[in-house]
Design a protein. Sequence first.
Length: 66
Amino acid sequence: MSIEKYVGRLVRVVYMDRSQHFSMRTIRIVQIKNGTVRAIDVEKGLPRSFRTDRILAVEPVMLHAS
């Protein structure tokens, strides 16, 4: 999975943490370095880090004009 193409974009990810719990997050990817995604969690408004090997799925979020 090539997540690098989503730097700067809003995406939805399925993530498995170290305890093997799954979550779905909407994040804006800021940087990817050394196997770590640095992002802003849109729902919480806080910076977060995710290991790339624990991201199981990624899809871009399309914003609709209103």
